[in-house]
Ligand binder design. Sequence first.
Ligand SMILES: [Zn+2]
Length: 206
Amino acid sequence: MGCLALNASFEPLTILPVERALRLVIERKAEVLEEDDARFYRSERERMAAPLVIRLKKFIHVPRRFRRQVTNTFLFARDAYRCQYCGRHKSILRGREFLTRDHVTPVSRGGENAWDNVVTACSVCNNRKASHLPAEIGMHLMKTPHEPNYVELVWAVRRVTEVQAKYIAMFYGEEILDALRRHAHEAERKEHHHHDDERHALTLIS
Ligand SMILES: [Zn+2]
């Protein structure tokens, strides 16, 4: 079991090996938020409980290349499964309506498939908006879309304890935690390049 590392802002960053987390604590680069009283590690001077959650004392900026591509799973979760134009939740859509990915500035007009240009929209609103900008046809977004910063959590989540999951939900909300778990479950079945991800995550924190 690894240790969940949070940024100074409490944003969950990644899972670190416990030995590495302990070293950050001993070097005073991180503080312990949760520990496992049943597992101990011995440093030169003292016996320390295994940290479950640590928080970095200094904020680290996460480079863009570590961020995640837009997928509908995380897009819909980010927007809490609500159409960002009419505000309807997935659960109250009618018969043939469904959630879609809408490009705020349409691709046909140079809009990118990027987190700050995509929102969740019901099929009705998406059809109505077509290749317009929202303002051109009197549509308004409920909130300005931003890029979420899940970093390595997507692969890490399958290994988290309940205590660690609580910190992820605290920062991102239950919807994101559920989406992460579902995604991890699927990934587990087609196990591939996770070792590369792991190596990347570890280079961020030193
Ligand atoms: Zn709608």
